[in-house]
Design a protein around this ligand. Sequence first.
Ligand code: DGY
Length: 437
Amino acid sequence: MTTKDNLIENAKTVLNSNFDEDKGFTIPCEGLYPFQWNWDSGFIAIGFAHYDTDKAKREIEALLSAQWENGFIPHIIFHNDSDTYFPGPDFHLSKLHPLASKSHRTTGMTQPPVLGFVLKELYEIVEDKTDILNFIKANIDKVYHNHEHFYTHRDPNQEGLAFIYHNWESGTDNSPIWDDIWDTMNPPNYKFERRDTTHVDASQRPTNREYDYYLHLIEIAKEHHYDDAKIAELSPFLVQDPLFNAMLIKSNAALIALYEIIGDAADKISQLKQWQTKAIARFNEKLFNEKLGAYVHYDLRNEKQIEHISSSSFSPLFADIPDEARANTLVETMKTKFGSENRYLCASFDPDSDRFNPKKYWRGPVWINLNWLLYKGLKSYGFYDLSNRVKDDSITLIEKYGFYEYFDSRKEVTENAGYGGNNFSWSAALLIDFLKS
Ligand code: DGY
């Protein structure tokens, strides 16, 4: 067997053993994340699509089975009980929202909306087009409904950009970006028992004080029964995130393309195109920072850009958001700030910043899902050298260290440079896609 075949076989083993046959979903990793996570499931389905279409479909169906009546798709679905994770279903109490799923306990927050473009990836990967198109037909309106929810309830100024109200909605949970917002808050010191640090070294996870902020934001949302309008009015965390909105825009484009293949959805296509035009224009106006040469987060509560560069800053390439000149600027920024010869691409936070931490979750390490988005985006603009470097670095890191959750970007660290959870599902799933594409 070649090294490549071997890696693919190992990746399949990781995915298959994290898949729950009974309930039809995949945990991100044992112990640390024992339930179904929203954007994890999207990336996981892409991996399955290469060798087990049935599992790919079941993964998406399991996620959508917990969709709320208003179109909202939660970030965690508690299909099962587990005492290895905090905060669990009794803390989140999704039933406080009148339209929450009646069949599943979930969180009351979401995650980057990847499902639209995931459906399109499945369409492209799976060989039996009739079969996969039937699956897409059965599910696409649910994803459309989800986008409708964002544009109706998460965009108070009707500008085409959705807000997030919690760092866990961003997917980049403890990014140093949020430090600026934590500075505006002073939550109580909650009493709670962390479970994540029983699985992973605390130096690689958020601090207890950071958990106070995370819990406090949930308490505020709970107090208002997870009502989006109240959250928009009152949450101290209200952010227009470039990664989150790039995922939404990419998913809009995918829904348009899929509805065009399916036919008979002129109204939905026209609505999606309207959202799309407005969103892309506003994204470019509001989220680009000329001085930094990159897209940044916008703090909607305090009406200002958050001036830091992270790997999220480059994700708009994946959604065809920048024009060519701006794409060139972004690539220059990526090369100068993140791309030195002694680093793997792409660190999750600006390596020159004093907030950079090469081991700590989203404060510096390389993540395979972000690399996958960047690889695709760079390639689509014709930056082949850089896109190949991102792909090769991703494969090298997994080959050297294993299917970890995140990795050290410093090449001088040559041992134990994989951090967080091991046998991590999306690292396995996206490795399969890297090696097959
Ligand atoms: C965690 O608990 O750190 C999860 O990533 C939240 O989504």
